[in-house]
Design a binder for this molecule. Structure first.
Ligand code: MG
Length: 265
């Protein structure tokens, strides 16, 4: 206190400066909120672990290379999936035998899927390594050998077929496996079957964002506009199946698949 007294007596200007600084520091300290006020501890996210293939423990494995027990022919007659299982734990389209679909239906999901273009590069445009993954049998994310292969932009690999062009072409060569990580948010229909909320899709192709939470316009049609009416039936309207299965397309090309899993959202 004697120091302060001496300061006040001999250096009044310094004394005022000291006091002002002290008051400011006290006021500032009072204003700093407690960081704990904004901490939230509940709920605690459940823990996910990973197996040797990096599949998260809460995933539903649809294909790990051993069998096609989660799949059936998409012909609708309950016949088994005819695609070929290979020694390297992959499977390949059996051209002419038709697409395959999951036995179970799905809602909003995260999908991981790896695919590879045919090793013999032939055909041009849509005729080179064409397949596709269809969510709920209605909405196609295109699979195509788009490596040095120009076609219409809204029909190349990772397009939402004839609706959205991918942000970039991230296709690797047919020598390499390609990875799709897709978030599919299903559309919502009212009790009469009419659309209430559009579906949405986000796609990472080989880790690169290529579809950024796009809003589905309806079914992805080869001919004509997306179907937006009652329940968004695909095709020409003669289709009567209303199920919502994950579907892989047979477009006549030897496209291969491996390591397919989903997580329900
Ligand atoms: Mg296709």
């Amino acid at each position: 206190m004697n120091y302060l007294k001496s300061l006040k007596q001999f250096f009044p200007f310094l004394y005022i400066l000291f006091c002002t600084g002290l008051e400011l520091a006290i006021a500032q300290k009072k204003q700093i909120p407690d960081p704990e006020e904004t901490e939230v501890w509940d709920p605690e996210p459940s823990t996910v672990s990973f197996d040797e293939n990096n599949v998260p423990s809460d995933a539903i494995i649809l294909f790990d290379g051993t069998d096609l027990s989660k799949w059936q022919s998409a012909k609708g007659d309950g016949s088994p999936a005819f695609w070929t299982i290979n020694d390297d734990r992959s499977m390949t389209v059996s051209p002419g035998n038709g697409g395959i679909e999951t036995i179970e239906e799905h809602g909003s999901i995260q999908l991981h899927l790896e695919w590879k273009s045919p090793q013999v590069v032939k055909g041009e445009g849509q005729g080179r390594g064409n397949s596709g993954v269809f969510f709920q049998r209605r909405y196609e994310v295109q699979i195509l050998d788009s490596y040095n292969n120009r076609t219409y932009s809204n029909g190349q690999a990772a397009s939402i077929y004839k609706q959205y062009i991918p942000l970039v072409n991230a296709t690797k060569s047919p020598e390499e496996w390609q990875v799709y990580d897709i978030i599919f948010i299903q559309p919502i229909f009212d009790s009469e079957g009419y659309l209430e909320t559009n579906g949405r899709i986000t796609v990472f192709h080989n880790g690169v964002l290529v579809q950024d939470n796009i809003q589905l316009l309806g079914t992805t049609e080869y001919i004509g506009s997306p179907k937006t009416g009652r329940d968004q039936m695909p095709g020409d309207g003669s289709e009567t199946r209303l199920d919502r299965k994950l579907y892989l397309q047979d477009h006549g090309d030897l496209v291969s698949f491996r390591n397919i899993w989903i997580r329900k959202l």
